[in-house]
Design a protein around this ligand. Structure first.
Ligand SMILES: Nc1ncnc2c1ncn2[C@@H]1O[C@H](COP(=O)(O)OP(=O)(O)OP(=O)(O)O)[C@@H](O)[C@H]1O
Ligand SMILES: [Mg+2]
Length: 417
């Protein structure tokens, strides 16, 4: 046991020394003594930590409660017993309030009392430190628990999202197969109808206005049914892709060219924001072109006043785990992997939040009266899946319009056999 006595009165010092000498375990007690605070603090630094400090509050270089404050600050883990003069119990109690273990009033204690007070002080301090450590450990555990809970919550949400996406994928597959079946069945009767209408038109058998009107309407209806069938077949025959390295910027330019007539007619302002150093992308050029044309068509349909499209390409790392991103089996991207990002921003009417979940559903359309079939985005989605990439469509946060983002694999990231 290492004790420190800070006391300037030699009589008191003698008294304490005598008390410790009498102690049955005096062999194992070392007692250092000093008469002023400054040396006391230095001893705490150089020979500490002490098990116990006996501290006279009235010293040549410090007096009152400040004396205790200094010592307690220097040795917060040591039991401190303060000694005060007679009639200064108020000061003693204040010291205890601030962390002293006990107090002695000079001249009012005998040696056994001193020893007992010392022993209890050391034990109490030890208990106090243990409780403090236990509390800190408990707080740490609580923090870890909260963090674990948070991360569990997050994984749970990710899982939910993945599950939804998987259901969606399964739904698409079933619809794809169904569509293929229906399309084949309907193709032949449609061809018959077409032939019939052509026949009557060519023969010019009908001359009155109502007849021609009826015939034209039938012709238009067949044309429409035909295009739906074609899209359905497209949709269900997506398995065969011709993947190769391709220039995404070039592809965007080519798609715009294909749409030029429509874009010019509607006076659409187009801003290109291309990453000139974009690495080659892993793609089926024709299919990806189809994706772009679908997105551009949707954007064009949604815009009214001052229509403006911004097309942006950039290579950037994937930042977060999420759907298709992470270390799970079946994930397309690793966190940190560089991908090609293509964004199509429009300033159109945006998507009704209630529809956001449904836009990829086959046959979901809000343009039934304008000839929409609702197959566009479901095809886009399938094509993106085949590319081991994905699409995100969301309303622009800064108000007005939609951003459609395609995330695609770089060719160099795909293992080629
Ligand atoms: N850029 C956009 N702005 C606003 N709404 C959009 C946008 N893109 C898609 N939508 C909404 O999503 C729906 C589904 O789009 P999708 O392309 O699948 O079908 P469609 O355009 O209606 O028909 P089509 O089969 O001819 O493409 C649209 O009807 C529309 O309500
Ligand atoms: Mg569309």
């Amino acid at each position: 046991m290492k004790f420190l006595l800070v006391e300037d009165n030699p009589v008191e010092v003698k008294l304490v020394e005598a008390a410790f000498r009498r102690h049955p375990a005096s062999e194992s007690i070392t007692l250092e003594t000093t008469g002023d605070l400054q040396t006391g603090l230095e001893l705490i630094q150089s020979s500490g930590p002490f098990d116990l400090i006996l501290l006279d509050l009235t010293l040549p270089d410090s007096s009152g409660i400040e004396t205790f404050r200094h010592v307690y600050k220097a040795a917060p883990e040591t039991a401190v017993i303060v000694a005060t003069g007679t009639d200064d119990e108020k000061l003693a109690l204040e010291a205890m309030h601030l962390g002293a273990q006990d107090y002695l009033v000079k001249g009012r204690f005998d040696l056994p009392t001193l020893l007992r007070v010392c022993r209890y002080a050391v034990e109490r301090k030890k208990n106090e430190l243990e409780i403090k450590a236990a509390n800190a450990a408990m707080a740490r555990h609580e923090r870890v628990l909260t963090e674990t809970l948070e991360s569990l919550k997050k994984s749970n949400e990710e899982l939910k999202a993945t599950r939804l996406q998987l259901i969606q994928a399964a739904k698409l597959e079933v619809v794809g197969r169904l569509a293929a079946g229906v399309a084949h069945e309907v193709k032949n009767p449609l061809a018959m109808l077409r032939m019939g209408v052509d026949y009557f038109l060519k023969e010019n058998r009908f001359i009155n206005k109502t007849d021609t009107f009826m015939l034209d309407s039938m012709d238009e209806a067949i044309r429409r049914a035909d295009s739906v069938i074609k899209e359905m077949l497209d949709f269900s025959s997506l398995q065969k892709l011709e993947m190769q390295a391709g220039d995404l910027n070039e592809l965007v330019k080519r798609s715009l060219l294909l749409m030029k007539h429509e874009l010019d007619r509607r006076h659409i302002d187009i801003q290109l924001d291309f990453d000139a150093n974009l690495p080659a992308v892993y793609m089926d050029k024709n299919r990806l072109e189809q994706v772009l044309i679908n997105l551009l068509t949707n954007a064009v349909h949604a815009m009214r006043e001052n229509p403006k499209l911004i097309l942006r390409t950039i290579a950037c790392p994937v930042e977060q785990t999420g759907f298709r991103v992470g270390h799970r089996k079946g994930d397309y991207f690793q966190v940190g992997e560089t991908v090609a990002l293509l964004e199509v921003h429009d300033n159109g009417a945006g998507i009704d939040p209630e529809h956001c979940e449904k836009i990829y559903d086959p046959f979901f359309t809000t343009k039934l009266n304008q000839g929409g079939t609702g197959l566009g985005l479901s095809i886009v989605k399938s094509i993106m899946e085949m590319h081991r990439g994905f699409i995100r469509i969301a309303n622009r946060p800064e108000g007005g319009g939609v951003t459609a983002a395609l995330i695609l694999k770089l060719n160099e990231q795909v293992p080629h056999v």
